[in-house]
Design a protein around this ligand. Sequence first.
Ligand SMILES: Cc1cc2nc3c(=O)[nH]c(=O)nc-3n(C[C@H](O)[C@H](O)[C@H](O)COP(=O)(O)O)c2cc1C
Length: 252
Amino acid sequence: MLFFFSGCGNSRHVAETIAAGLNGSLIFIPEAAREGRYEYELAKGESLGFVFPVYSWAPPKLVLDFINKMSLKTDPDYLYFACTCGDECGLTEKVFRKAIEAKGWSLSACFSVQMPETYIGMPGFKLDTAENARRKIDAADADLKVLVPRLQNKEKFSKMIVGSLAWAKSRLVNPGFNRFATDDRKYHTTEACIHCGKCLSVCPLQNITLEDGRPVWHGHCTMCMACYHHCPANAIQYGKATEGKGQYCFGK
Ligand SMILES: Cc1cc2nc3c(=O)[nH]c(=O)nc-3n(C[C@H](O)[C@H](O)[C@H](O)COP(=O)(O)O)c2cc1C
């Protein structure tokens, strides 16, 4: 059983690759949370996995909140996570471990793979070039060819890209990010908006409605930036931070 979250498709690709290798079922965390599905039962010997993007050097808050509410009939004998990051993960492993240890579960394996950057909501953050994005995806796919069999064999391992100043990023910057940088009031549309409603359909949190043909955000944003990246007219902007920065979605 594999629980996943993804805004722009990178983590979905990783989750689907792992699920195919492990013959496991895939559960999209925001959907399960919306439907209040928190109780699960693993088959005998079935592993429990989580796949998510790294947000501000930690698992996304919505993933941690979901784990906190989850209950299992029997404890998993093999629990792993895989995360995707543009660059580095900081203390993601430690934060994740704490969340599952609070449930009485323990971590058997974890790894991170670099995938194309999706966060451009602040000045100074930019997307990868097309060549760099391709290179990251190819390298991640090559890693998965080696790592998925290790999950199949229920190996114990940790292969994380921690990076520099991990403590400060995960412990000091991350809480500030969750508190102040997920404010969706800065989202707006330009005259280029074609009123297609694509932003509504791609928002994993169903946080957007159309009013007079234009998207309105309702304050439950996780800042995955799916609405921005999927907009066919590139008409969605986040303040001025996203202007002229281009778009990226996995497989597009
Ligand atoms: C809100 C947000 C915060 C991010 N924070 C980090 C980070 O701390 N470190 C990093 O390397 N990448 C970071 N990224 C990049 C994503 O982790 C990366 O692009 C990921 O593959 C996106 O996954 P998705 O396509 O499944 O949404 C961030 C992206 C977003 C949208």
